[in-house]
Design a protein around this ligand. Sequence first.
Ligand code: 13P
Ligand code: SF4
Length: 320
Amino acid sequence: MFLPVQETALPKDLVGAIQALKQELNAVILAHYYQDSQVQDVADYVGDSLGLSRQASQTNAEVILFAGVHFMAETAKILNPDKLVLLPDLAAGCSLADSCPPDAFAAFKAQYPDHLVISYINCSAAIKAMSDIICTSSNAVAIVQQIPPEQPIIFAPDQNLGRYVMKQTGREMVLWPGSCIVHETFSYQELVKLKVRYPNAQIIAHPECEAPVLEMADYIASTTGLLKYVQRSDAREFIVVTEPGIIHQMQKAAPDKVFIPAPATNGCACNQCPYMRLNTLEKVYLALRDRQPEITVPEDIRQKALVPLERMLAMSAGIP
Ligand code: 13P
Ligand code: SF4
């Protein structure tokens, strides 16, 4: 039997080989909660977009392997122009980032010259470069609350998060009509059925979900916020309405509780992010071994994108 060259070259102890390469390269592995459990378990830090940005801004490592999607690795590169930033699979994109093409966004923004642009971190470096402040799902409400009430705002690219922030803050904002294919797959009808089967379960949801789903939720937060909530809540069962990769950390943090992944509308596996799941343990090993695929950002865009990112980090100082 013939195996592809890459597979024959893989060591038997992949985890051990990854640890050895990490030491050799002075590398750090940063992973998002939506990664496969095996990938989360080799990471030095697992977190949400805000936590990962903070780690990327503080690390002393020379190499950052980003186990996440392209915009996250790009953010790490914007913050660390002199470090080597690796993404295990360059095709790990994001439907939400893709829903906001730079040319169309520039034309949209030109219609509102007096508006401040707050962009969710799930966007390309080019969109960040056109933004005044970046936010994540952890700090979006707190950041909008820091903007003087008379200042009009464009919020991009996630319209669901934007609507949620409008509801929480009472602020009108102009929304770019983008969304995430994973979070829009959860349906109100499926949740109702699940709640009938698990009447004592609390529904916990990510704000990228559509409004009818969020209305059903007992608690809404970023992935880190949801993880903290299941630890402190008195409830024993939770219906988790976000990418089910987060359940790995929930089970570790609260092993006696029950976590039920919310299903996709048609029973497919589309509640898993197809981009995040492109990264595998094998690709993490190969990326460290070969020091590629490398993330690069043109310097003019990087410098412009750095400004709103640094504003976000400064404006989130009080957020745990
Ligand atoms: P957070 O990491 O802010 O919870 O957002 C989830 C997400 O969609 C990342 O792509
Ligand atoms: Fe993008 Fe949605 Fe995947 Fe997050 S879950 S990376 S927003 S496609």
